[in-house]
Ligand binder design. Structure first.
Ligand code: NAI
Length: 334
């Protein structure tokens, strides 16, 4: 029997590839879903594949009575209410490994942009200004990097940091002895990592346990003049306390690929028509403050976005769906 499969937010080359792969099924493509009425259009589908901006919170899931399977084209799945999906008998898969090196490379792109003032340097030379005032950077060699979360992406970050001859401190609930042996990384407490790192980089999933992992209480422990890199999820950091640390100089700067409530900032105009909580509006305001700060560079949740990584995401998504249809789902997260 053909399956009803919906794909959300696909580019045209992805559509062609997916149409070919799922010939014989009813396949439909939708643009990004923004309001409740958009979710109502998905009622007939039993399989849906979206991206991180396809929110499957309980109120949206409630509209999807026929849904049996969600496969997200991402590693992170904090945009899906996993408990509610389980209650409704909906299985959820992700793409666990598609570009750990890809995100780690972007992490170093942010680090080097800050350490060598690349952004300011390019802006100046575009204006034919070749003066070096204010463009002095710092070496990574001999500096200490604190890697929080040493899973797939964190491991590549450790490998690259070793290439730069940095000292490596690590924090994770699970200790990867390979990183200790091969790269001389040292597992320490979160407090010690914050106190001793020149660059702190986050590579954890976002969930209840990691919400505001860096917060008003422990941001105080951060070594004065260090840098924070976040390519994981905005909600790992309490933005208000983070802004204070950036303003006081406790943090010299930050490189961010993710922001707290970044979904709202992307669709900001809709806030005018929507009932939005004070807390969420405050988060949007805080994001705007961050975006304007001279010592903060922000990329638009783009760390995953290499051609190679996207092809791997699509291959795994196809495999996820094929295996689900055969009754042998893989890469399940619930
Ligand atoms: P992973 O699952 O391989 O590694 C995560 C690590 O965090 C694990 O070693 C785990 O033990 C550790 N961890 C989990 N909870 C913890 C806690 N409470 N305290 C300490 N350690 C904890 O995940 P991976 O592939 O390295 O990805 C990490 C995150 O990066 C993803 O969850 C996702 O949110 C984000 N990401 C961002 C992308 C982007 O484009 N900006 C692309 C891909 C992932």
């Amino acid at each position: 029997m053909p399956n009803n499969i919906a794909f959300i937010s696909c580019e045209s080359w992805e559509k062609e590839y997916l149409k070919n792969k799922f010939k014989g099924n009813r396949v439909k493509f939708f643009e990004q879903l923004t309001c409740e009425a958009d979710y109502a259009k998905l009622q007939q589908f039993d399989i849906i594949s979206g991206f991180i901006n396809t929110s499957f919170q309980a109120k949206n899931l409630a509209k999807l009575k026929n849904l049996k399977y969600i496969t997200t084209r991402s590693t992170g799945f904090d945009h899906i209410d996993i408990k509610q999906a389980k209650k409704m008998g909906i299985k959820v898969s992700n793409v666990p490994l598609y570009g750990a090196n890809t995100v780690a490379e972007h992490t170093f792109a942010l680090i080097l942009t800050l350490s060598r003032k690349i952004y300011e340097s390019i802006e100046r030379t575009k204006k034919s200004d070749f003066l070096l005032d204010g463009l002095r950077g710092f070496d990574l060699k001999g500096k200490t990097i604190g890697v929080i979360g040493t899973g797939s992406i964190g491991e590549h970050v450790v490998r690259m940091a070793d290439g730069f001859q940095m000292n490596i401190l690590m924090y994770d609930v699970f200790k990867n002895t390979r990183l200790v042996k091969k790269y001389k990384g040292k597992y320490v407490t979160l407090t010690k990592l914050l106190k001793e790192s020149d660059i702190i980089t986050l590579h954890l999933p976002y969930n209840k346990a990691t919400h505001h992992l860096l917060n008003a209480k422990n941001i105080k422990n951060i070594k004065s003049g260090s840098y924070l890199i976040n390519t994981a999820r905005g909600g790992l950091v309490e933005t208000k306390a983070f802004i204070k640390a950036l303003t006081s100089g406790q943090l010299a700067g930050a490189g961010l690929d993710v922001l707290e409530e970044e979904g709202l900032i992307k669709e900001e105009i809709q806030l005018l028509d929507r009932q939005t909580s004070r807390e969420k509006l405050s988060a949007v305001l805080q994001d705007h403050i961050l975006l304007k700060m001279d010592n903060v560079i922000v990329t638009p949740h783009n760390a995953f976005n290499s051609g190679e990584a996207l092809q791997r995401i699509l291959n795994t998504t196809v495999e996820n769906i094929e295996r689900f249809i055969k009754g042998k789902p893989i890469n399940l997260v619930n």
